[in-house]
Design a protein around this ligand. Structure first.
Ligand SMILES: Nc1ncnc2c1ncn2[C@@H]1O[C@H](COP(=O)(O)OP(=O)(O)OP(=O)(O)O)[C@@H](O)[C@H]1O
Ligand SMILES: [Mg+2]
Length: 230
């Protein structure tokens, strides 16, 4: 069974909601799916976990894994990991990511790993999310927006993956508003046309979307789960 690294064209595009909803759909199908957010930054949440993303992923996949296994690196500042490590004088030890990933991969049949920010988010001065995906050895799923500007961001993300030897499983177009303008309506088709990458599915903009669970019915309906599993 394959595992995936979920990246996005930007921060806030829906990586966590997509990953959590997908993990929950797979878990409901009886798949032993594990989750990971190797690097997180931000203000400590009140969820019992330092990072809100980690708490969402943990509860969606219904895993018993420890917080520091799912999220080996947390820096308590809402900035990029590289800035956080500079400001807080923390070192970035990528070894711990691979140690925990190897452990979790043995415990689960499939792993969904959420990145941080986008593909070129710096983890250190010269080590980027793209390098992490390559080193961890997973195919990536790119979450993108559907609104104006997405062609530029998606193309840059796809080209960066290709230039870094990161293999792309497909693209998920999130926050799609079918009543949107012509650019938005066409975006999934045009993204596929110009990148040649498969569109795994289009997830609509859901009004009052306050939980990944709101997105789950659209994952079931709009994404070919079997193609991700086999
Ligand atoms: N399909 C959707 N419809 C409506 N709102 C959505 C949808 N998907 C995500 N959102 C909203 O966008 C917000 C950001 O989504 P999410 O946290 O998944 O992004 P992210 O890419 O993981 O961000 P980060 O870079 O901080 O990890 C969510 O809090 C949610 O409210
Ligand atoms: Mg997130």
């Amino acid at each position: 069974m394959k595992s995936y690294f979920v990246t996005g064209t930007d921060t806030g595009v829906g990586k966590t909601f997509f990953t959590a909803a997908l993990a929950s759909c797979l878990q409901k199908r009886g798949i032993n799916v594990g989750v990971m957010k190797p690097v997180a930054t931000g203000i400590s949440s009140k969820t019992g976990f330092r990072s809100t993303d980690v708490s969402i992923l943990h509860s969606a996949a219904k895993v018993n894994d420890l917080e520091n296994e799912i999220n080996p690196i947390f820096m308590p500042l809402p900035v990029s990991p590289y800035d956080a490590s500079k400001i807080l004088h923390l070192s970035f030890d990528k070894k711990v990511i691979f140690e925990q990933f190897t452990k979790l991969q043995k415990r689960h049949d499939m792993m969904l790993v959420e990145g941080i920010g986008g593909i070129m988010t710096p983890l250190t001065r010269d080590y980027f999310v793209s390098d992490l995906i390559k080193e961890i050895g997973l195919e990536t799923i790119i979450v993108t927006r559907s609104t104006l500007g997405t062609l530029n961001h998606t193309m840059m993300t796809v080209n960066t993956c290709r230039n870094h030897g990161v293999s792309i499983k497909g693209i998920v177009v999130n926050n799609y508003d079918e009543k949107g303008g012509p650019e938005e309506k066409n975006s999934p088709l045009t993204i596929h046309e110009i990148t040649g990458v498969d569109i795994l599915g289009v997830l609509p903009f859901v009004k009052d979307c306050d939980s990944y669970e709101t997105v789950m019915p659209y994952i079931e309906k709009n994404i070919d789960l079997q193609s991700l599993i086999s």
